[in-house]
Design a protein around this ligand. Structure first.
Ligand code: ATP
Ligand code: MG
Length: 426
């Protein structure tokens, strides 16, 4: 026997029982996005590596160590499996001039790939839904994105997901802050870990969200970015806060919240749950007004968020709202010469009328077929044997209620079956 081949570490199969939760989640999310006027867009899973280097930034976890990149020797191209989709979406918006007739609200979903250490809530293939509002400069649409998330948590039955917000200002403001922050960090070099030391000069803002306690102590006494913001940045933040207050949306301002990606400006936010252990952030987002220009497009303001499906579905499990599976309306058992083909015509007529019918496949005694029918969870069994075929009928046997077995004519089977099923379910 040859050796067993297993799934790649950090990339999971989603088996049918679990997929049921995913389908419930996806249906809820997609209906919710439509209610806010967001339209679907689909980008390839593979992009030029340069796109992510430029959009996300060289000195970020993703670009430094998490990307699945390779050289396609056939075309001499450097390619990457997308680690996130905002860069692809903006690339697509520029390439197809999507903003030619005004701003757009868009959503995407699908798998993302990051070479991280797999653990609970952190995988190498994971899934996101994201919403992006392109072409809107004001805090109103930032507030819209945040408030709509809150509506989704309610709809998914998630009660304790809390909101943290911050503003990281404009690039010039950050540059001035950066210089002072570097001075502060340099003065406390000895307390910094290797990561923080490395980032000190390349991306010092990332030191702010270090998880190392000693580094956090240095950060606690660092200057605050808020003190470097000009009037316009402060007005944007005040505007956002006023709208959140008006909507009754609670939040905490976390001045250390800078997000992992370079492309943000002004508003940044995260939704966090304490029920997921270390991997508690279920959704992160913010404004990225510089990204269009950074990847070669005409400047355009933009704002959005991405949320992690694995973490949100874990919270749905935690909340215990099990999605109801659709059980078959009937399991069709057939015995005798020509009974399979006869049964198949019956099953097709019923499926066309919208019923879920599982037809027994393969051999099997009547008794073993009926056992399968029972195990399938189906409401009823439909039975085709020599007798039934001779009379051009089907036997209908309720499986979940005490009720007699009856014969039904094959003509108008959909109507007869519908009526009988409705009586059973009453
Ligand atoms: P983290 O700090 O947890 O690494 P991040 O800042 O890298 O998160 P984003 O790039 O903002 O995450 O992605 C948005 C959301 O996608 C996260 O809040 C999380 O819910 C989810 N996510 C990110 N990386 C993973 C992963 N490796 N596995 C599962 N979900 C993930
Ligand atoms: Mg990460």
């Amino acid at each position: 026997m040859s050796t067993k081949i297993q799934a790649v570490r950090g990339m999971n199969d989603i088996l049918p029982d679990e997929a049921q939760w995913w389908q419930a989640y996806e249906a809820t999310v997609e209906a919710w996005l439509a209610r806010y006027g967001y339209r679907n867009i689909r980008m390839p899973l593979v992009e030029h590596t340069q796109l992510f280097r430029r959009a996300i930034g060289e000195v970020t976890d993703i670009v430094e160590k998490e990307m699945y990149s390779w050289r396609d020797e056939l075309n001499g191209e450097d390619l990457t499996l997308r680690p996130e989709a905002t860069a692809s979406l903006v690339r697509a918006a520029i390439e197809h001039n999507l903003l030619y007739d005004g701003p757009k609200r868009l959503w995407y979903s699908g798998p993302m790939y990051r070479h991280e250490r797999p653990q609970k809530g952190r995988y190498r293939q994971f899934h996101q839904y994201g919403a992006e509002a392109l072409g809107f400069p004001g805090p109103d649409v930032d507030a819209e994105l945040i408030v709509m998330c809150a509506a989704l948590w309610r709809e998914l039955g998630l009660t304790d997901v809390r909101l943290e917000i911050n503003t990281i200002g404009a690039p010039e403001e950050r540059a001035r802050y950066r210089a002072d922050l570097i001075r502060h960090l340099e003065a406390h070099q000895d307390a910094l870990d290797a990561d923080a030391k490395r980032r000190l000069h390349s991306n010092p803002l990332r030191v702010l969200d270090s998880k190392n306690a000693a580094v956090q102590a240095v950060v606690a006494s660092a200057p605050s970015l808020m003190d470097y913001l000009g009037e316009a940045s402060l007005a944007h933040f005040d505007g956002l806060r006023a709208l959140l207050d008006a909507a009754g949306q609670a939040y905490v301002i976390n001045p250390k919240l800078v997000r992992g990606l370079d492309y943000y400006n002004l508003t940044v936010f995260e939704w966090i749950s304490d029920r997921l252990g270390a991997q508690g952030t279920v959704c992160g987002g913010g404004r990225y007004d510089g990204l269009f220009a950074q990847i070669g497009g005409k400047p355009a303001p933009a704002t959005g968020f991405a949320m992690g499906s694995e973490r949100l579905i874990a919270l749905m499990h935690d909340a215990g709202r099990a999605p109801r599976a659709r059980l078959p309306d009937a399991y069709l058992v057939a015995q005798g010469e020509g009974s399979y083909a006869y049964g198949f015509r019956v099953a097709e007529a019923l499926r066309e009328a919208g019923f879920a019918i599982v037809q027994h496949a393969g051999e099997g005694s009547f008794k073993s077929q009926m056992k399968k029918a029972d195990a399938s969870g189906a409401w009823t069994a439909l039975i085709v044997g020599d007798d039934e075929m001779r009379a051009d009928e089907i036997s209908f046997k309720p499986l979940r209620r005490e009720a007699p077995q009856v014969r039904m004519a094959r003509a108008r089977i959909a109507e007869t079956f519908a009526a009988a099923l409705a009586r059973l379910r009453d």
